[in-house]
Design a protein. Sequence first.
Length: 85
Amino acid sequence: MINDHPTSEIIAILGHEIGHWKLWHVVLQMGYMFVNIFFMFYLFSLVITRKDILTSFGYKEQYNTLAFLLFLELYNPISAISNLI
């Protein structure tokens, strides 16, 4: 990067990245990711233990892999909305 850009552009890029750090963007993003992962695992724990969810989709037996794939399909809209926030 140092060889490909002039000094003024390098200073602008560094200023931009330091601004992210100064405004706590990094820490806030990490906090959001931790909350999102906790919420996702909590919802997954509800789906994997409920046989009625799998039977409502036409499956007769409880398979963890199938529950995981079904959870991913059900969580996809929630993930899209949370990413917008």
